[in-house]
Write a protein that binds this ligand. Structure first.
Ligand code: NAP
Length: 564
């Protein structure tokens, strides 16, 4: 073999890593840091050109977090907590992206990531106890562990209407927003979708537009955000007390410091109830959700609160016909993600803003000129899709993930997503998810969950290293038990009573079911900690043999499942 041939063969052998981390959002960025600090050889792969996850992609006008910035930030580094200062109570997307960049620079994390790269397949090699990960750029990597830090909302969804490709105007997707500024001044603009994203877009674009047409199918409940600049004194106080704030967040159901009352709705008089709701409305944010203890379990209490918000819509919106169309009915308030706005309902008082009720007048097609509904054609120069995501499961299903014995994730999840703790799956050794399905993903602070999940994974990797273990997966009984618990708990809440991405209702042919742990973040942490006790009793391990020289460890044919 010539020297040149030898070089080519060497180059063709994929680099052996300890961990491949997929995604550079909150979970992926922290995972890269945490695993690097453990001395592991890591590689991050990210489809975007920079860090930031959803905040990299969602650059649409008005994009803003609906949890307090103080809560919605990393807790693992006291230095970063002190060095970074949030400017607003609810930070806007540019500041959130700046925060990600600050963290990446401060910890020198970018060098671990391969950007502009999408994973296409991840295949478990049982003989070598390794994941082989391939990308759309033709790379192949092999790693002991594969960590899917792909987030619950990373695969956007177009509306299921014909003719999208025919539109001759400017088509914009909220979740793939251009990096250059977009001007709407004087233009005829359409927005399809009125979830959290659509509401933020409508109130912002509505300020400076020729004509705005909002295509609404199911109206959302939205409440005042009441955002404010953070005063220096407040920030200083927070910085002094970060440790306590984080501790309180970790021990709460929502992973944040939001007050949660233990008072049941009907335990107080109608006058007191009204006053408490008025106060919550005035205070803004998600205060209303925490005003009573039983809003997600008592349909009657829930309906009272829904009616209160409907009353507010009628107070704000001048035209009674429009107000009526904007009032959500037929599902419990908070069963869809509660939205926060600053002037959403007020936007409909502008003479150039028009609400199209897509239940009464459904979209039939998109064509060259705009949107054709049953009643006629609406010509548009710009059309914006705010039509949501293939939530929770979309990212794993978008690439081919093949586990032990050739089992594919899409087959495992054909009747609905299954996992143990939202972190691992039986049949998929050494594959981890952060904020995965059947964890608390959409129901608690994603930053707290991400940090928790990465720490939990890191502890398991340490355990394996210390005990000479080559692979780990949850036992089938453990996963079945967890799924039973997730199911039983989900029956106790009103969360599954609305057609949302929480239950998979927004994606055609997706199995229906609430694949979220509804017991609260604090309880979730307890279950994860318990699973790690007694040498990770809920898991099966295979022990590695002493590695031989070369690119790969020893063949594993003699390894056996050992109950620990
Ligand atoms: P979403 O809540 O799933 O809303 C999608 C919207 O598109 C719905 O109104 C849906 O109507 C509509 N839609 C889909 N197809 C349609 C069609 N053919 N015709 C008319 N309407 C159609 O998605 P999202 O607004 O992107 O929000 C997703 C999640 O992202 C939120 O729940 C939240 O967790 C997160 N988020 C958070 C923030 C924040 O922090 N402030 C901001 C944005 C998003 P139907 O309901 O009738 O299907």
């Amino acid at each position: 073999m010539s020297l040149k041939d030898e070089t080519q063969v060497a180059a063709a052998v994929p680099e052996r890593l300890d961990v491949v981390v997929i995604g550079a959002g909150f979970g992926g960025l922290y995972a890269a840091y945490r695993f690097r600090e453990m001395g592991l050889k890591i590689l991050g792969i990210e489809a975007g050109s920079d860090v930031g996850g959803v905040w990299y992609w969602n650059r649409y006008p008005g994009a803003r977090v609906d949890l307090p910035s103080i809560d919605y930030s990393y807790s693992f580094s006291p230095e970063i907590e002190q060095e970074w200062t949030w400017s607003e109570y609810f930070a806007a997307q540019p500041e959130l992206l700046e925060y990600f960049r600050f963290v990446a620079d401060r910890l020198d994390l970018r060098k671990h990531f391969r950007f502009n790269t999408r994973v296409t397949t991840a295949v478990w090699d049982e003989a070598r106890k390794l994941w082989t990960v391939k990308t759309d750029r033709g790379d192949t990597f092999v790693a002991t562990y594969c960590v899917m830090a792909t987030g619950p909302l990373s695969i956007p969804k177009d509306p299921e209407v014909p003719g999208i490709d025919r539109f001759s105007g400017q088509l914009l997707r909220a979740a793939k927003w251009p990096h250059e500024p977009v001007s709407f001044a004087g233009k005829r603009v359409g927005v399809i979708g009125v979830g959290s994203t659509g509401i933020q877009i409508v109130q912002e674009v509505g300020k400076d537009v020729g004509e705005l047409f909002v295509f609404q199918r199911t109206p959302s409940f939205t409440m005042p955000m009441r955002n404010a600049k953070l005063e220096a004194d407040y920030v200083a106080e927070v910085k002094r007390n970060y440790a306590g704030i984080r501790e309180a967040a970790r021990n709460s159901a929502v992973g944040g410091v939001r007050p949660q009352s233990t008072r049941a709705f009907f335990s107080v008089t109608p006058t007191q109830r009204r006053q408490l709701l008025e106060d919550a409305w005035k205070n803004g944010g998600l205060a209303m959700l925490g005003t009573f203890s039983d809003l997600m379990t008592n349909p009657e209490a829930n309906e009272h609160v829904a009616e209160f918000v409907r009353g507010k819509i009628a107070e704000v919106v001048d035209d009674p016909v429009t107000a009526e169309k904007l009032k959500p009915r037929g599902y419990p308030i908070f069963a869809r993600r509660p939205c926060l706005d600053s002037s959403y309902y007020e936007t409909y008082n502008r003479p150039n803003v028009h609400l199209v009720d897509c239940f009464a007048d459904p979209i039939e097609e998109i064509n060259e000129k705009g949107v054709r509904t049953r009643s006629g054609e609406i010509e548009l120069e710009v059309l914006i899709f705010a039509t949501g995501y293939d939530g929770l499961t979309g990212a794993l299903l978008a690439c081919e993930v093949v586990g032990r014995d050739g089992r594919k994730v899409n087959y495992k999840w054909k009747d609905g997503a299954r996992s143990y703790l939202g972190l691992m799956m039986e049949g998929f050794p050494n594959l981890f998810m952060t904020t995965g399905p059947n964890g608390p993903a959409a129901l608690a602070n994603i930053v707290r969950i991400s940090e928790h999940d990465v720490d939990w994974i890191a502890a398991l990797m340490t355990h394996m290293d210390e005990n000479g273990l080559a692979s780990v997966e949850p036992r089938k009984e453990a996963e079945d038990g967890w799924m039973d618990l997730v199911h039983v708990l989900s029956q106790r809440t009103l969360l599954s009573k609305a057609k949302t991405w929480y239950v998979g209702a927004n994606v055609k042919d997706k199995p229906l079911g609430l694949t979220l742990f509804t017991g609260g973040f604090h309880k979730y942490r307890e279950y994860c900690a318990a699973a790690a006790q007694d040498n990770y009793h809920a898991f099966s391990f295979e022990r590695s043999r002493k590695p031989v020289e070369g690119h790969y460890p020893a063949a594993m044919e003699q390894s056996a499942v050992i109950p620990l």
